[in-house]
Design a protein around this ligand. Structure first.
Ligand code: HEC
Length: 158
């Protein structure tokens, strides 16, 4: 009887911790819908791949098109490699940047401060608190190169 009671408590505790796991931020559940709402108007399937974008950035900017990021793979391209940290530099709210200024895509995260902060936190959570580094792959100017340890902290759950 006593053993049963202990087993029951253990089971209850285990099932209580499940919702915490289920609440992990994922691309499919959280990020894709957010990007559909806020980003893909300019970064969607009619936008150019990064290589094409770079070749004619002026034209695409004038047409309000940024590089395409409408799949998981095309999104993490701007986080891990090869365009390391681009997403973080553009989306940061200013707290992780040297200038203290938000990145130029931060504004698109919402129509007011509250919504922007909420969606910013969601994004940051997805990348991982410790993986949220604004460094580039290779150091450039005063932006340092990312370390392997920093990259290994990126969560980016699918
Ligand atoms: C109104 C159009 C528009 C919206 C909405 C928009 N972007 Fe952009 N984005 C652009 C354009 C144009 C560029 C290229 C010009 C530049 O670098 O600023 C760009 C550049 C970027 C870059 C840099 C890519 C690189 O060159 O390395 C990232 C990252 C980015 N956007 C992410 C986002 C995210 C995430 C969202 C949604 C929260 C978003 N953008 C919403 C138009 C947009």
């Amino acid at each position: 009887m006593k053993l049963h009671a202990i087993g029951f408590v253990a089971l209850a505790a285990a099932s209580l911790s499940l919702p915490v796991l289920a609440a992990d931020v994922t691309y499919r559940k959280d990020i894709r819908p957010l990007m559909e709402q806020k980003c893909l108007g300019c970064h969607g399937s009619s936008a150019p791949y990064y290589g094409d974008f770079k070749e004619d950035a002026k034209k695409y900017k004038a047409a309000m098109k940024g590089p395409r990021m409408d799949t998981y793979a095309d999104t993490i391209y701007f986080i891990g490699w090869p365009d390391t940290g681009a997403m973080m530099r553009r989306l940061d709210d200013g707290k992780s940047s040297k200038s203290g200024k938000p990145g130029n895509m931060y504004n698109f995260l919402g129509s007011n401060d509250e919504e922007r902060q909420k969606n910013f936190k969601l994004f940051k959570n997805w990348v991982g608190e410790d993986g949220w580094v604004l460094n580039r792959w290779k150091a450039r100017g005063d932006v340092p190169g990312v370390t392997k340890e920093q990259v290994s902290k990126m969560k980016l759950k699918y």
